[in-house]
Design a protein around this ligand. Sequence first.
Ligand code: FAD
Length: 430
Amino acid sequence: MMTLQASKSATDIDAFDPDAPIFDPAAFRLNDEQAAIIASARELGQRVFAGRAAAYDRDAKFPTENYRDLHRSGLLGIAIPEKHGGLGADYQTYALAAAEIGRYCGATALTWNMHVCSTLWSGPLADDLDMDAATRAEHERRRAVHYKRIVDNGAVYSQPFSEGGAAAAGGVAFGTEATPVTGGWIVNGKKIFASLSGHADYYGVLCTEVAEGEKASRRNTLYLAIPAKAGGVSVVGDWDPLGMRGTVSRTLLFKDVFVPEDAALMPRGVYFQAAMRWPHMFLTLSPTYMGLAQAAYDFTVRYLRGEMPGTPPVKRRMYPTKQIAVAQMQIKLEQIKAIWFQAVTEARANPTKEQVLRAYAAQYSAMEGANELATLAIRTCGGQAMLKSLPLERIYRDSRCGSLMLPWTAELCLDRIGREALYETGESDD
Ligand SMILES: Cc1cc2nc3c(=O)[nH]c(=O)nc-3n(C[C@H](O)[C@H](O)[C@H](O)COP(=O)(O)OP(=O)(O)OC[C@H]3O[C@@H](n4cnc5c(N)ncnc54)[C@H](O)[C@@H]3O)c2cc1C
């Protein structure tokens, strides 16, 4: 396994007291390589990212410094195979590491997810999908170019697919269109809520390939890495949201942007195949919120014990009502951890119906549960705990955003679980 380099910063303190892992490697049967990668993410998060999170949030500023540290530590290439210079983490290892980052800085974890997905989806996930030998060889050659940029130069990728309509929910073809031309495509369209806009080096855009006279079809979805500096790409609008402020999710416009064939992060038809056969690809937004759930609980225990840095050492733990609230939080946290761990562990191609329903349930549990825990934490810790000088109110605001993430919003998870539990494929009441 590649050696991980722990990043040092001015915020390092001599008496570093590391937090326990969210998922203890022995209890959750993780191997040493997994445990090392996850521990490196936790250490970077606790030592470095936690101290910077408030400023990124206050100023709605992209965590550029954190990305330099992610590159230095090797974590920018966490899901890139070792033969290409990455850490070679699988889906489960990535998810557990991302939860540890989310524990300390939600905006960094969420944007890091968009970046990592460009390598996870084009990497281990694509390896599970059908391609003829020539297509696979071409894909292997192309993805090596993307991997090299990330490993050698610290290139950052984003993943704008939302357009404001039903496309990001999986209902219709993306309105951003790629017209085939000699050597590539001309892309036109608009993406909203594009995290990392103005900060990514490449925008991993989902769009529809539409040849002259053809109708747009979801089957023809392309996943293209468009250079941020390409002619015709612009970032517009401002960004002043409730939470996840450091994600800088502004609007991206593409006006007659020429994109060469080598920019394809997946071959033709493979994104559609992935969406059908590898549904856990959409569960990757949840690790951030698993981490935020843990953070709300960690805060509460520390605060009630009178051990929260920056607050007077007043103990509140002796009150039965507060003990009950902590008990409720611990039960809720363990419930989220259990279903979420199971779902990220069984992510694979062609999951069973039960596994798919469980993935929706895990997403719902993490996204809604993180905010429920933050709400309970504020109620039981009390007024002084929600001052902006402490992380809890940021955890509360960031955690509120999880349910909004398409295609698996909390509403759409409920919708799918209810329908798919009651109807088999192709069944109707007509
Ligand atoms: C902090 C943050 C960061 C984000 N980063 C990214 C990013 O990097 N990339 C990205 O692509 N997106 C990102 N998003 C966008 C997110 O995934 C959603 O697309 C966005 O929140 C949807 O906003 P909306 O107001 O259009 O939602 P909605 O209006 O709720 O949904 C948009 C459309 O989806 C369909 N839809 C929604 N709910 C249902 C339902 N229950 N049943 C049927 N259809 C439904 C409808 O057609 C609806 O018009 C981010 C969002 C946030 C909050």
